[in-house]
Design a protein around this ligand. Structure first.
Ligand code: CU
Length: 505
């Protein structure tokens, strides 16, 4: 409806202008050409004067009203360490270009008004004026040199790379049509290498090189939101898999192209948590309205505020859907969140057909097992009256078939046992050997006894006092699973460690 009314008004206005034109033409025929021309000039000059005043007021007025939203003042001043520098550079540029705008705007329309054609007045005819040339070339040159120089100074302060020895967190953002994959380094603090030739959309969409140990604990964030700790220097590696994208965190004044084939980076330190930024917005009328118009009693806009990661390059029809949420939290919250994230390799690739390391035990698995093992021992020791948790299966101790000779891979688990026994000097243990029911019971009994003894010998060689260790063979008498399946029999063939908390060997 409004559109129709506007169109009608425009048509009427056009008709009126056309009619005025025709009237002027008629009048000119009656009153003579020159006089009409002068009248027309006077009128145009007056319009110029009105535009001069009206447009100036409009610019100042909208500038004041929208300065927080469009110009990022008020609660929207930068939320990062370097952002203040960019904001002040923006202010300097706005100051100088503002002066140029006011001057040129006033001069342009004021002169059009003042020097309109008048009866009997002839214009001065200036062919050349050196002073004028110097002034209007010199002044802009000086101002531009100043602006470019201050821009370079800020650029050099914002863009230097990190020193490898300083404390920083490195993450990686890979843009593609139409999303971001955000990769975190995991507990080792280092991102593993990538190779585009390894990209496989089903199993390895980033092309991570899993023969590089550093990739084993890398985390790829699949949720819409990702977290960063406040006050921590962050280096973002930025890449793209297809077309140009742009990694844009507007609240932190971070903006960098993601270019296929050319890695870029940005370094910034978030200084305000999401929670504190919300408090900044509280009380501003724009932010005190419901976040969802359909739920007037729901969260206010300031309560629902989130930092946004956007793609600032028009990269295709799904461009808008590259939005992600960045939550800036305290170091403690960040650590808790990170601890819950799973390694991409261990959850998606390890022991599948795509695993290039299937024949070997990985450092990260050894480390994880050491943690698990220590937790189980701690649990047993902390509850001396509860015997149910005193029995720990040595899951990673293996022997050659039919013999008591330890496989090499068992050393990791047994080194864990040794380090626990060194840590808790008061603890004595019983080492129990078990077999499945294949073969004669007597032979199984003997085999389980000698296997338990070879574990004991290994530990004694590692410096554990023999008095703290007892080796017992249980043969096939204590199965934990059925002996009718391969898997069941495998579970029954095992070595266990019982913690004797009361020292009763
Ligand atoms: Cu994009």
């Amino acid at each position: 409806m409004t559109t129709i009314v506007i169109i009608l008004i425009l048509i009427v206005a056009a008709v009126i202008l056309f009619q005025i034109g025709k009237l002027t033409e008629l009048a000119s025929k009656i009153r003579g050409e020159e006089e009409v021309e002068l009248k027309k000039n006077d009128r145009t000059a007056l319009y110029c004067l009105l535009f001069l005043i009206g447009f100036m007021i409009y610019c100042i007025w909208t500038g004041i009203i929208y300065k927080d939203i469009v110009l990022w003042y008020g609660p929207h001043t930068s939320a990062s360490e370097h952002g203040g520098l960019l904001d002040s550079l923006f202010n300097v540029t706005a100051f100088w270009t503002g002066i140029v705008f006011v001057l040129t705007h006033v001069l342009l329309f004021w002169f059009a008004f003042k020097y309109r054609k008048k009866k009997g007045v002839h214009q001065a005819f200036i062919t050349h004026n050196n002073t004028l040339e110097y002034v209007w070339t010199g002044i802009p040159a000086v101002v531009l040199v100043y602006l470019v120089a201050s821009g370079l100074v800020v650029w050099n302060e914002v863009m230097p790379d990190v020193d490898p020895n300083e404390d920083y967190l490195e993450i990686e953002a890979t843009g593609y049509q139409f999303a971001w994959d955000i990769r975190y380094p995991g507990p080792d603090g280092k991102l593993g290498t990538k190779n585009y030739k390894l990209i496989d959309l089903g199993s390895n969409s980033l092309g991570m090189d899993f023969t590089d140990e550093k990739t084993h604990d890398d985390i790829v964030i699949g949720t819409p939101e990702f977290l960063l700790p406040v006050g921590q220097k962050v280096r973002v590696r930025i890449t793209s898999k297809d077309v140009l994208h742009n990694f844009d965190l507007p609240h932190f004044r971070v903006k960098m192209d993601a270019i296929p084939g050319t890695p870029t980076y940005f370094i910034f330190t978030p200084t305000i948590t999401t929670e504190d930024y919300r408090k900044r917005l509280k009380g501003h009328p724009d932010w005190e309205v419901p976040a969802d118009e359909e739920e007037p009693d729901g969260l206010k806009r300031w309560e629902a505020f989130e930092y946004e990661l956007a793609c600032a390059e028009l990269c295709g029809k799904g461009h808008y859907s590259m939005k992600r949420i960045l939550r800036v939290v305290t170091q403690k919250e960040y650590d808790q969140w990170l601890a819950k994230q799973q390694s991409f390799y261990l959850t998606n690739v390890r022991n599948t057909v795509n695993d290039p390391n299937d024949a070997s035990l990985l450092k990260i698995e050894i480390a994880n097992r050491a943690d698990e093992f220590l937790a189980a021992v701690d649990q047993a020791i902390s509850t001396p009256d509860d015997v149910s948790d005193d029995l720990i299966n040595l899951e990673h101790v293996f022997y050659n078939t039919g013999s008591a000779e330890l496989k090499e891979v068992s050393e990791y688990e047994l080194d864990n046992v040794a380090s626990v026994l060194n840590k808790y000097k008061q603890v004595n243990v019983e080492l129990g050997g078990h077999t499945d029911n294949t073969g004669a019971a007597d032979a199984n009994q003997a085999l389980s006894q000698s296997r338990a003894e070879s574990v004991r010998n290994y530990l004694v060689n590692k410096g554990i006092s023999p008095e703290r260790l007892i080796a017992v063979g249980f043969g096939q008498n204590n199965p934990v699973d059925t002996n009718d399946t391969d898997e069941g029999r495998q579970n029954n063939r095992r070595t266990e460690m019982r913690i004797l908390t009361n020292n009763n060997l």
